[in-house]
Design a protein around this ligand. Sequence first.
Ligand code: PMP
Length: 338
Amino acid sequence: MARGWGGIAEGLVGAIGGTPLIKLRRASEATGCTILGKAEFMNPGGSVKDRAALAIILDAEAKGTLRPGGTIVEGTAGNTGIGLTLVGNARGYRSVIVMPETQSREKIEFLRMIGAELRLVPAAPYKDPGNYVHVSRRLAEELARTEPNGAIWANQFDNLANREGHRATTGVEIWEQTDGRVDAFTCACGTGGTLAGVAMALKERKPTVRITLADPMGSALYAWKMRGELTLEGASITEGIGQSRVPGNLEGAPIDDAIQVTDEEALEQVFDLTIHEGLSVGGSAGLNVAAAIRVARSLGPGHTVVTILCDGGARYQSKLFNPEFLRSKGLPVPPWMA
Ligand code: PMP
């Protein structure tokens, strides 16, 4: 966050980060702990991924790989694409975004609305050459040859500028906003940039802080952390989180343990936050809060546990807040929605 006199933000870039840390009343009361959610849905692009997008672009500019008028190519579940396109628009770059067609309609429509050149591909596992990450890499290689001002592949999964951005901003903000009283931090991983960056920033300042990886069903990271193997089980309706491999951003990160959270648990928190706290959030935020409650219970009363409210509920109106969708997945529909 770059703020000038009177707190004025220097354009879009100056308005990214510096998000509030919100005390979650019900989660705190239920556990006797202080549970805090970092309100990343308040970033200009509506998600935690604005920070990674900005860090990746600034790094590429500094290295000279991203030149004026250049093109940014990325494979994304949507939020990184939104962040890259908005920062790209503000700085004069073209954005080409590759996305699995299974992601929410709202994210796809928003990307179109802000001028991203969108390529939707069928969902495919990482080992398949048709996986969105590989498609985006090949497209970036091609555009780097053909575009007059060149092209870069943002490569959020393995580009360490992502976690460095979180280390320098999200992690430091959490430390300062809690006056160093944070005892534990937990969140789920897409690229792992948020978890790794915050973990590094906090452990540098307080080695006893506990870092827990929260994993949805259908992701291999829980088994990787707890048993050292990459095995998948089940599935999740959450978007932007869960992995079948270990992204470069997670490698070597100081993580103490992991927990697995079901969609039922995650959705219970999504609806609870919406109706009882007035915080409209998406599925990964609900999963993170469910994880924070479990971490708080294992630590016992009196501790401070921080997590991430990654994005807002409006991004998932057609899914998490659609009774038909919930029923089709065998998930409970809250009474106020039916
Ligand atoms: N939640 C949502 C909604 C996301 O889009 C993402 C990023 N794909 C994450 C959580 C995970 O963030 P990270 O990539 O930093 O692990």
